[in-house]
Design a protein around this ligand. Structure first.
Ligand code: CTP
Ligand code: C5P
Length: 338
């Protein structure tokens, strides 16, 4: 007789999904066999803590894209009940070691805690939605007023590029997250391509990993069997994006991309232009880019000139118009409204 699989339940808002959320789901999955994630509807979140920045459809999609998630349950209630756990045949519920309360100040996990069907995992220090929003609001020096509060967002190119430890630029100095090799190993798949696998290579900033990236990576994965994502360094992204981009530093972007179920491997600090060395090293069969504009290299050259000349470049559509800039705009708008 086979033993019953342990089904683990997690729930939350998962607004502005970041690698802290992914890390909690990774730890939860390790406590059982099947991970079921319940996500609150827009209406339910609005009732308890004000409207989310991302729509429920976007939030459901982001969690479905995380590699440790087996099932997603849409529109679950804010307070986790035993009925909910039983309905989805889950043995226990897992949450980070912080207290979540309802609009009336009640611990949302009091019922499952009392029934001994609650386990805690360590919350990832140094990353939260509040922290990421704070970094975005530092982005331009234009002033946005709401009541007595004033938000400033920086313009112009960041000069120190985070090389100076005392720098106050967002992509390094504002990040309190301490990346370790252990965390990268925990997020990695650790597998090489199988013989004969078609290897797909894509590169980019993947800053504030979002639904547009997710749809793009899903489409890219369909072009082959093994997907490698090259991530540009912070100074490189800053060169072509300007302002104080990227919002998330290289280490953080690595973890977000590794958490995506379509990704098999990440190149940490990939060259901006695709080189022969890179193509040979990873035995790349096809190089893809979405329909967003392609910025030139330092000398103005097309970074995809080589794969284009070799006839292995493919432009693919994500069918999604989300961009990092749109997220920043949305956050600022949201801040002004609420
Ligand atoms: N979580 C975590 N580490 C973080 C942020 C969130 O482990 N840095 C966990 C929470 O403890 C919870 C799950 O992610 O178990 C999803 O919760 P959600 O309600 O979306 O998270 P928040 O705590 O609101 O996340 P944030 O503070 O980033 O908004
Ligand atoms: O802009 P960034 O470098 O993060 O983009 C990484 C990749 O994702 C690029 O190939 C880009 O064209 C693609 N993308 C997409 N659809 C979006 C956003 C990005 O295809 N909405």
């Amino acid at each position: 007789m086979t033993e019953k699989q342990v089904r683990v339940w997690c729930d939350g808002c998962y607004d502005m999904v970041h690698f802290g959320h992914a890390n909690s789901l990774r730890q939860a999955k390790a406590l059982g066999d099947i991970l079921v994630v319940g996500i609150h509807s827009d209406e339910e979140i609005a009732k308890h803590k004000g409207p989310p920045v991302f729509t429920e459809e976007e939030r459901y999609k982001m969690i479905r894209g995380i590699k440790w998630v087996d099932e997603v349950v849409e529109a679950v209630p804010y307070v986790t009940t035993l009925e909910t756990l039983d309905k989805y045949d889950c043995d226990f519920c897992v949450h980070g070691d912080d207290i979540t309360t309802t609009v009336d100040g009640v611990d949302t996990y009091h019922l499952v805690k009392a029934a001994n069907r609650y386990k805690e995992v360590e919350r990832t220090r140094g990353v939260s939605t509040t922290d990421i929003v704070g970094r975005m609001l530092l982005l331009t020096r234009e002033h946005f007023k709401r009541g007595d509060e004033e938000y400033s967002v920086g313009k112009g190119v960041s000069s120190s590029l985070g090389l100076d430890p005392s720098a106050t630029h967002p992509f390094t100095a504002c990040s309190q997250f301490l990346p370790t090799s252990r965390k990268i190993i925990q997020f990695s798949e650790g597998k090489e391509p199988n013989p004969g696998d078609k290897v797909v290579y894509v590169a980019g900033a993947f800053d504030l990993f979002h639904v547009g990236h997710l749809d793009f990576l899903e489409a890219a994965k369909k072009e082959g069997d093994f997907l490698i994502v090259g991530l540009h360094t912070d100074p490189v992204v800053n060169r072509y994006k300007g302002h104080n981009y990227p919002i998330m530093n290289l280490h953080e972007r690595v973890l977000s991309v590794l958490a995506c179920k379509y990704v098999n491997e990440v190149v940490i600090g990939a060259p901006y232009s695709v080189t022969q060395e890179l193509l040979s090293h990873f035995d790349v069969d096809v190089v893809c880019h979405g329909r967003t504009p392609i910025a030139g290299d330092v000398d103005g050259a097309d970074p995809y000139a080589l794969p284009k000349a070799k006839g292995i470049f493919k432009s693919i559509s994500s069918g999604n118009t989300m961009t990092t800039e749109k997220i920043v705009e949305r956050i600022i708008q949201h801040r002004l409204e609420y």
